[in-house]
Design a protein around this ligand. Structure first.
Ligand SMILES: O=C(O)c1ccccc1NCC(=O)[C@H](O)[C@H](O)COP(=O)(O)O
Length: 252
């Protein structure tokens, strides 16, 4: 169970974690009249292997949004919120998450370490976001974690434009830490930049605003796949390959 999220991403032809987020960091609506069912359906048809659901209230999220999304899809779900306590992790599992965001930038080291351990004990994948090399080096059990570079500044509520150059700078530190699933998260503006990040060695991208604004997730993900110059690495033996979107209709 703990590896469902990582296996889905590593086995995907279009390794984009597509995000469901009601509002951007400036409070602007991103749903544009669509409901979660419309967005989930478009992401599934685009071939996204995993979804991210922002439950944090800064971005207009709620637990209800995660629960509703879990009813709509069998794709592994990442819960994005400010997690500081173990009970939030068990709650995430109850609501249908497969992975939970742990924001290294905002957590003292002991808390980071115990939250990663709690995720693994609960059968969830820790999705640890970092902004500096020492944070990556401090991730315990890194081989069982996604380690993602946040290209924006969470301390200013991600109101900055972001810099995907940070991902490129930190990629060696992520690999050195031992993750097999390095991800570039936030501020990926278009599929061309996305393809370059994957070519550089990222196993996945986390994209919210650009996909929701673009309105054509299938075209976006197709372009990522077409623009890649470096063939995707073969998934490790035993990894389940996500070659078709999971059908709508809820969890078994
Ligand atoms: O990063 C956090 O700590 C965080 C906590 C709670 C809710 C959201 C949080 N971050 C925001 C995001 O994760 C972005 O929505 C996501 O990376 C996508 O970014 P973008 O493509 O720029 O919309």
């Amino acid at each position: 169970m703990a590896h469902d999220f990582i296996d889905a991403l590593l086995g995907a032809e279009r390794p984009v974690i597509a995000e469901i987020k009601r509002r951007d960091s400036h409070g602007r609506d991103l749903f544009a009249g669509r409901g979660p069912a419309d967005i989930v359906s478009a992401y599934e048809q685009a071939g996204a292997p995993c979804l991210s659901v922002v439950t944090g209230s800064w971005f207009g999220g709620s637990e209800a949004l995660l629960a509703e999304t879990a009813e709509l899809t069998r794709l592994p779900l990442l819960q994005k919120d400010f997690v500081t306590r173990r009970d939030q992790i068990t709650r995430a599992a109850d609501l249908g998450a497969a992975a939970v965001l742990i924001t290294a930038e905002l957590l003292p080291r002991p808390a980071l370490q115990s939250l990663v351990a709690s995720c693994l004990d609960t059968g969830l994948t820790p999705f640890v976001e970092v902004t500096e090399q020492p944070q990556a080096a401090a991730v315990p059990h890194a081989e069982q974690c996604v380690i993602a570079v946040n290209n924006k500044n969470i301390r200013t509520r991600e109101r900055d434009a972001g810099d995907t150059g940070r991902s490129l700078t930190l990629l060696p530190a992520l690999l050195e830490a031992g993750t097999r699933c390095p991800v570039s998260a936030s501020a990926v503006p278009d599929p061309h930049v996305g393809a370059r990040l994957l070519d550089a060695g990222f196993a996945g991208l986390l994209v919210g605003t650009a996909l929701l604004r673009d309105g054509d997730p299938r075209g976006w993900l197709d372009t990522v796949a077409r623009r890649r110059q470096v063939p995707p690495a073969q998934p490790p033996a035993g990894t389940e390959v996500a070659d078709a979107p999971a059908p709508l209709g809820g969890r078994p």
